[in-house]
Ligand binder design. Structure first.
Ligand SMILES: [Zn+2]
Length: 432
């Protein structure tokens, strides 16, 4: 460890427990050796930065009274027993990996707040009718391997068998990277937690959008995590000389342009949570200034609070594309590349979380649809989930400019403690 990192570590160790310490720890973890790169934060799954992060997080979790292990999917997991040993757990956490050139708080803040939550109960010498567990999912962003959310999908038991058959850009297979890290790839799926082991899941996360900042509020409660789908459209026309008469053309690019505008129009007249993005379009290697376009490929990313809304919009878009292509005498095909069902957060948990925010912050928190995907959407397969959003400056995320206010994070921690206390009073969360 460098002298600089040691000094930072000592400074963080001397800090008082609480939300500001969670922020300071995230700041510390955004530098080498907790990042694989020295000039910016990049903490991919199974890298040296990830390893250093797990080491120091282990010591912080132990200080907070937790028993710590690495689960079979490489997620760091700390457990603080409840009144009855072996009781189901309130699982609290988020992910520890980052994108390239990342901000300090996306994911990590939810893990560090989990540690502070347990620390608060530990210092008070209190145990709850359920265990408290803090999890730091190893892979959420998919920034090293061409996959995503391997950690929470494994815990939720929703990982397809071929999910580990991928390699990073350097040609290192995920299976080898896991073995090198001391994680047995054959046991990866054993991270699964059966329903009943996890009583509820709580994830605190920066909002990654500006709605809280615009409303002047520190915290919000997530109503649902958007269902996502990604498609690739291929439009086949006929390449022709730029001198070709207009009525003789079968132009793949103008047909694609009409489809892109139809997509925008369909999303714009839908509910406000329905969003559609064509973020990438290619006219192919043969395209040129003096050629009528023969073939075009473009992407479509479609999201909505409810899967039904997303799927209805998709059907409408496919019908519009078919009509446009027929009229313009071009062929087309649509390929589905990726689907996430999304998740609706649990009503009862959300009422408890909203009540907790009311108690500590004195206002009714807004219910927010998360257009970004989160680990919570997978954990919803095995447990009721709830998410607390924390205001971030300008809604900026996946960027070193990511920023939160200490006061907001203190309030978030207070609300999380209040939430756990609230559940402890609820018969549904009292173990037999
Ligand atoms: Zn995140």
């Amino acid at each position: 460890m460098t002298r600089h990192a040691e000094v930072a570590l000592a400074a963080a160790a001397a800090m008082e427990p609480g939300g500001a310490r969670a922020v300071a720890r995230c700041d510390l973890l955004s530098r080498w050796p907790f990042s694989d790169t020295r000039d910016h934060l990049f903490r991919p799954f199974l890298g040296p930065g990830h390893e250093a992060t797990c080491e120091i997080t282990t010591s912080w979790m132990q200080e907070a009274g937790m028993t710590v292990s690495l689960d079979p999917a490489g997620n760091i997991l700390g457990r603080y027993e409840g009144l009855t040993p072996g009781a189901p757990a309130l699982l609290v956490g988020s992910h520890v990996d980052s994108v390239k050139d990342a901000g300090s708080y996306d994911g990590m803040l939810g893990v560090m707040l989990g540690v502070e939550l347990v620390d608060a109960f530990h210092r008070a010498g209190r145990r709850l009718p359920f265990a408290l567990e803090v999890i730091g999912f190893g892979d959420e962003e998919g920034s090293r391997f061409p996959s995503y959310m391997l950690g929470s999908r494994s815990v939720a038991g929703v990982l397809p068998p071929d999910a580990l058959a991928v390699s990073d850009r350097g040609g290192v297979s995920l299976v080898n990277a896991l073995s090198d890290w001391g994680v047995d790839p054959d046991r990866f799926a054993d991270a699964y937690r059966a329903p009943g082991e996890v009583a509820a899941y709580l994830e605190a996360h920066i909002e990654q959008a500006p709605s809280l900042e615009e409303a002047g509020l520190p915290l919000g409660v997530v109503s649902s995590i958007a269902a996502q789908a990604r498609y690739y459209f291929t439009v086949e026309g006929m390449a022709a000389h730029a001198g070709t008469a207009m009525h003789k053309r079968r132009d793949a690019l103008t047909a694609s342009a009409a489809i892109v505008l139809a997509i925008e129009e369909i999303a714009a007249r839908g509910p406000v949570d329905l969003v559609a993005t064509v973020g990438w379009l290619s006219t192919g290697e043969n395209s040129a200034t003096n050629i009528v376009s023969g073939a075009v490929t473009f992407s479509l990313d479609l999201r909505a609070a409810l899967r039904e809304t997303r799927d209805r919009a998709a059907s409408e878009i496919f019908a519009a594309a078919a009509a446009i292509c027929a009229e313009r005498r071009v062929g087309h095909a649509v390929e589905e590349r990726h689907q996430l069902a999304g998740a609706v957060c649990d009503q009862m948990l959300n009422e408890a979380l909203s009540g907790a925010v009311r108690d500590v912050a004195g206002y009714e928190p807004p219910l927010i649809v998360s257009q970004a995907g989160h680990d919570a959407m997978n954990i919803a397969a095995i447990a009721p989930v709830s998410m607390l959003f924390i205001r971030c400056a300008g809604g900026i995320s996946h960027n070193p400019a990511e920023s939160v206010l200490d006061d907001d994070v203190e309030l978030a921690l207070a609300a999380m403690i209040r939430f756990a206390d609230e559940l402890a009073q609820n018969p549904r969360f009292r173990s037999p």
